[in-house]
Design a protein around this ligand. Structure first.
Ligand code: FMN
Length: 226
């Protein structure tokens, strides 16, 4: 993967726990240390790198309650997990709705199911929990601006090339893959809701995908050589 120059001013939570507030956090080396996390003694490791030192005598932080420092440390740790970047779209009362989502993942092939997680307090939550259908637009490496637009304020569809899809759901031009889904279930998940969709139609095109890793955007690259 090739890290894009000038990236990383916007951070988000990682794919499984990301929250909207992280999208506005300046990217910087992780320095907070939760219990059980210490800086690695390996001098070859990047500054600020932490490693897990299990201490059986130490109660897990979850048992004692997470402080803000724990949450920052957890977010940085989860950020080590690279994800693709999607914009999930729908239409609500005739208005197009879309939000940048990294928590998208496949759930089942038979039946074909996917899931993604949306923050409980997200402004688009009422639309997505009411809409019968949504589309998952998997962004290409050239669509970092789209990812940022659909994570920010302002008219997200202004200046975004779309075409009408089934059920009035807008589809994003330039996406490397699109999955059209019928909403199946909405499950509680802490400060997020989990949306499960049944895949109705899908298509993909070749080309590098947009990746989110350690709070910054990258482009997917060629396969590693053996
Ligand atoms: C790369 C990236 C991935 C994101 N993934 C998610 C996600 O999985 N779930 C989520 O609720 N917010 C995620 N966000 C944050 C939302 O895009 C952001 O909070 C957005 O403003 C929410 O819009 P809304 O309040 O209009 O729904 C992500 C942001 C970025 C930049």
């Amino acid at each position: 993967m090739n890290r894009m120059s000038g990236v990383g001013t916007r951070a988000a939570d990682t794919a499984r726990t990301r929250a909207a507030d992280a999208a506005n956090t300046t990217r910087r080396p992780h320095r907070a240390e939760a219990p059980g996390l210490t800086r690695t003694p390996n001098s070859a490791a990047p500054p600020g790198t932490t490693t897990r030192t299990p201490d059986p005598a130490e109660p897990p932080p979850a048992a004692t309650g997470f402080t803000e420092q724990h949450r920052r440390a957890l977010r940085a740790t989860l950020g080590r997990f690279a994800t693709g970047v999607t914009v999930v779209t729908t239409t609500h009362r005739g208005t197009p709705v879309g939000v940048t989502i990294g928590s998208f993942t496949s759930l089942s092939l038979d039946p074909p199911l996917v899931l993604w997680c949306l923050r409980e307090t997200s402004a688009s939550r009422p639309a997505f929990t009411a809409a019968t259908h949504f589309a998952v637009n998997v962004l290409g490496a050239h669509q970092r601006d789209v990812a940022e637009r659909f994570a920010g304020r302002g008219d997200r569809f202004h200046g975004t090339a779309t075409r009408p899809g089934p059920y009035g759901v807008p589809l994003l031009d330039g996406a490397v893959a699109i999955l059209m889904c019928r909403r199946r279930r909405v499950l509680p998940g802490g400060d997020h809701v989990v949306l499960i969709g049944a895949v109705l139609t899908f298509h993909s095109t070749p080309g590098p995908a947009l990746i989110f890793h350690d709070g910054g955007f990258l482009a997917s690259g060629p396969p590693l050589e053996h």
